[in-house]
Write a protein that binds this ligand. Structure first.
Ligand SMILES: Cc1cc2nc3c(=O)[nH]c(=O)nc-3n(C[C@H](O)[C@H](O)[C@H](O)COP(=O)(O)OP(=O)(O)OC[C@H]3O[C@@H](n4cnc5c(N)ncnc54)[C@H](O)[C@@H]3O)c2cc1C
Ligand SMILES: NC(=O)C1=CN([C@@H]2O[C@H](COP(=O)(O)OP(=O)(O)OC[C@H]3O[C@@H](n4cnc5c(N)ncnc54)[C@H](OP(=O)(O)O)[C@@H]3O)[C@@H](O)[C@H]2O)C=CC1
Ligand SMILES: O=C(O)C(=O)Cc1c[nH]c2ccccc12
Length: 383
């Protein structure tokens, strides 16, 4: 029995008191808090589930990724990017910057430690944070050790994009090809000459499509809803900087109008690419729903040249994307009737147009068919 209880003790969470705040996550946010606390002379502990800092950037992004805002808007507190780093740093340059940031501020996160739960103990006035340390070895075996931290302050810096979300798509298990999430995509090299369906048209979807084009693959993008695409630069400034300056002086709706007018002058009407803009402006949407506008670095050009194809007829609510009176015709012989939200008169208008459209092709094809049959008859009678 004595032997068993010794064993139990081994697996009970160890309890650790943290002198200062406990920071969860060693991405840019967690590192920035650590660096700032150093300046205030406050000790802290950073816990990171991965085995490196900025794991999103190091392990879950594609090779050609660059920051899409200029470097002065991506620097962390108290350390600008080095002068020899270009305006839009590459992924490697950003990671190098973060590595030196962690070193300069002597941040030393504890790696391979995942926070499982945190609760505030009212009576003690303290946070109790449970973690699992992976990769520990007990009695020569790999083991997961649990630890409970007790701290006065808890800083959550686990990131907005911490978990990869794979949507459930009916029938996906029957698909014979390879299925990956954008966080596992590295380069289009692996897809050279292949047809790739890219689901989603945010910054990831657009840039993955562009990368696939660069590697001579054939991407088709699923665009289920509306999207704001803006050029990365406007009037010789980054679109982001322009947006920030405008918002200082103007109301959001006016800043949005100006952004959209300037974008229109550069990109034209994005409807011609099969894209529809949301009713809300890009800044309003970012503010209210956190939805990032796409900053175009070349994907639109590839849509225009047909190198990126789109599946763009129905939106996610099952209605045609093009509003009335243009929603009746899709591609490849696909039509929709009665989705105009205009009752029977809308349906009737659709019906007339669809029948006309099909009728025209039908007539043409019948004429050709008759011609072919006539030729065939003539040829056979000559033989
Ligand atoms: C592809 C991409 C490009 C981006 N480009 C830009 C850009 O150019 N400019 C810009 O301003 N913003 C950009 N962003 C947005 C944002 O700035 C970055 O996502 C940035 O990395 C966010 O930093 P973070 O520290 O908040 O989160 P993350 O970088 O996600 O870091 C969170 C960390 O917490 C760890 N963690 C999570 N859960 C736990 C847990 N339970 N226990 C322990 N550790 C945990 C994770 O392993 C991770 O290392 C981009 C985002 C993405 C996805
Ligand atoms: N170069 C850079 O700096 C880059 C920055 N980023 C940033 O990273 C963050 C995340 O971007 P991203 O990964 O693009 O994610 P987003 O959430 O911005 O975009 C996801 C896209 O997928 C669509 N989608 C989701 N589920 C489905 C589904 N079941 N069927 C069809 N479509 C679906 C969404 O459509 P809907 O809108 O209808 O929901 C949306 O178009 C953003 O802040 C972005 O700015 C990303 C890549 C590069
Ligand atoms: O990187 C992101 O997630 C962004 O959304 C960048 C961003 C925030 N607000 C903006 C306004 C105009 C252009 C880009 C952005």
């Amino acid at each position: 029995m004595a032997h068993l209880s010794d064993h139990d003790d081994l697996f009970k969470p160890k309890c650790k008191w943290v002198n200062g705040p406990l920071i969860v996550g060693a991405g840019p946010s967690g590192l920035a808090v650590g660096a700032c606390l150093k300046e205030h002379g406050v000790p802290f502990v950073i816990l990171e589930r991965s085995d490196c800092i900025a794991s999103l950037w190091q392990k879950r992004t594609y090779d050609r990724l660059k920051l899409h805002l200029p470097k002065q808007f991506c620097q962390l507190p108290k350390l600008p990017f080095p002068d020899d780093v270009p305006e839009y740093p590459s992924k490697k340059q950003f990671i190098d910057y973060l590595e030196s940031y962690a070193k300069i501020f002597d941040l030393n996160p504890q790696f391979n430690e995942t926070v499982q739960s945190a609760r505030y103990d009212e009576t003690a006035g303290m946070w109790r944070v449970r973690t699992v340390v992976s990769g520990s070895r007990i009695a020569g075996r790999n083991a997961e050790v649990e630890v409970e931290y007790i701290c006065q302050w808890l800083v959550v810096a686990t990131g907005e994009n911490a978990e990869c979300v794979m949507p459930e798509v009916e029938g996906l298990e029957g698909f014979g090809g390879q299925i990956i999430h954008a966080c596992d995509y590295r380069s289009g090299e692996a897809y050279r000459g292949k047809q790739v369906l890219v689901v989603g048209c945010g910054n990831s979807g657009m840039e993955v499509c562009l990368d696939l084009c660069h590697h001579k693959a054939f991407p088709t993008m699923v665009i289920r809803d509306s999207v704001h695409v803006l050029p990365r630069e406007l009037l010789g400034k980054s679109t982001f900087e322009l947006a920030v300056s405008m918002m200082k002086w103007l109301p959001i709706w006016l800043s949005d109008r100006i952004l959209l007018a300037l974008s229109w002058m550069i990109l034209g009407d994005i409807k011609k690419y099969g894209l529809k803009r949301p009713l809300e402006g890009p800044l309003e949407l970012k503010n209210t729903q956190g939805k990032a506008p796409v900053l175009d670095i070349g994907a639109l050009g590839k849509i225009s040249s047909g190198e990126i194809k789109g599946t763009d007829f129905f939106s996610k609510d099952g209605f045609p994307k093009d509003p009335f009176p243009n929603g009746w015709k899709g591609k490849s012989g696909l039509y929709a009737v009665g989705f105009t939200r205009r009752g029977l008169s809308g349906a009737s208008l659709d019906a007339v147009r669809i029948a006309e459209d099909i009728g025209r092709v039908w007539k043409e094809e019948t004429k050709q068919a008759k011609h072919i049959i006539a030729c065939h008859r003539r040829c056979s009678s000559q033989i």
